[in-house]
Unconditional design. Sequence first.
Lengths: 307, 275
Amino acid sequence: MNTAIVTRSLVVTARMLLSIVAIAFVVFFLIRSIPGDITDLYVASGDLSASQQERMRSELGLDAHVFEQFQVWSTQAMQGDLGKSLRFHTSVAAMLLDALPHTLTLTAGALITGLSLGGLLALLACAFPTGRWRRGVELLNVWSIAMPSFCIGIIAVLVFSIWLQWLPIRGQLLTPIIILSLDVAGQVAKPLYEELMDITRRGFVRTARAKGLGNWQIVYRHILPNAAAVVISLAGVIFGNLIGGTLTMEIVFGLNGVGGLTFTAIQGRDYPLVQAGITWLAVAVVIMNQLARMASLWIDPRLRSIK
Amino acid sequence: MARQTVKQSAWPWALLAVLAATGLAAALGLTQDPYAQDFMARNQGPSPAHWLGTDQFGRDLMSRLMAGAWLTLSVAAGATLMALLGGAGVALAACMIGGWVRAAVFTVFDLLRTLPPILVGLAIMTALGAGTVTVIFAIGLTFAPLFAYIASAAYDRERLAGYAMAARLMGGSTLSVAWRHMLPNIAGALITQAAIVMPRAVTTESVLSFLGVGVAPDTPTWGRIIAAASEYAEEAPLSLAVPVLTLACTTLALSLIGHRLRRAERLDPVPEATP
């Protein structure tokens, strides 16, 4: 066991935990800073008088300092209690858990399809450097940078659901997965292609060839492990963008995932749900990012010495 | 070695010029009133009176799109400018103070960079409420780290460069060295980054406005127009298609400009096939 990896992994884990606490607190603080709380809603609807409002506030702990409130909230959150939805009066945690499979299907589907597509395209562009595949890599890259998935999603709804009527307007996963996977593929194909081109020119590939290794063995044993490091170092950023994309796609295509739920909650001013939804998504991104960092450390020894 | 030439086609600039001109025309009030409602003419198709038809309140879509060009681009430009000045300014200040201040500031930037802009925007805008100024602030904040990293990398690189040493030896304070000598040196990289951020700012504003937390409900940015039209997608698909395509073409044009600037700057050198 390499001590450098262990130390670095510990640092990464500590940073991750710190980031999660920071995010949870900032989101908590932001939601608390919205003018008016639940009791104001009751007063506005005429259910409470001013003195009753004060009492209810102190019963709910809303008159405490924001740090104390956060302490209470985070203790409960760690026990899996994220509070109750103001609108549906059900447990927020249960609602999010119900929504999670939809989001996971969308994210995982897009990630797997996108990485395969991008990887394949980069390999083809590297294997046949005539220009056609390379242009494909370039085009996909510009596409993923320039075309907001939000616009493509709406255009897809207009074309396939309203004009051609091939697919239902809401609730199908096919188009969002295709759109998001193109996005992922575009982000991964170009850096991977450049890395592959760079590696093939390196000395160790020539040495491997001189040793008499076949093409497959060179690719398998020497080129791919190096290229994998690039993909994994990008994974965090790609996952972050993907979560942003998933959020938008769930809303455009009316899917009941975590993003769709959070959006409905924002419109309904259902703040416990908004807070939990945003925190969940942000924490997912942070965890994936740090996992990618840790994986890079395991795979790429060059990174271990860098502070 | 010859300097890598970058193929330039003119259409992104032409499109931007057209958008700027239409936006200006709308800002000067040369179009129909984008807010005027006509309940007798709701969700209509194109006609001589309304070239692109009307929305669900009978407002002229063409005028709204033109006003939207002005608003959308100026909100995005404002956010990009805020990200540039805020990100680079805070980063340079943190670098000059150094020590734990720098570490703390960059931990925050690191975290902010990790999170998707839409999520950060959603959290901030939910708390602050929809509005033009708040949306500029929220988007500016999400993109500030991108400029901060350029500024800090440049600071570390240039701090010991000959000209910076010379300026310091001649009695320049840290601040004046950073401002008079280092900033001009990294201005090019910052401007290129701004060109890359600009289309993303346009998209982020549109998505936030589409979600109803961006600009105020009656402000006709493209995101708001799209949000309104998407409720009537089946009755009036054209009122949805036109703003969406306009938005897509705009981000494409802006991205291509940024992409080329970056390649010209060689921040991101692309291996060119040898003929």
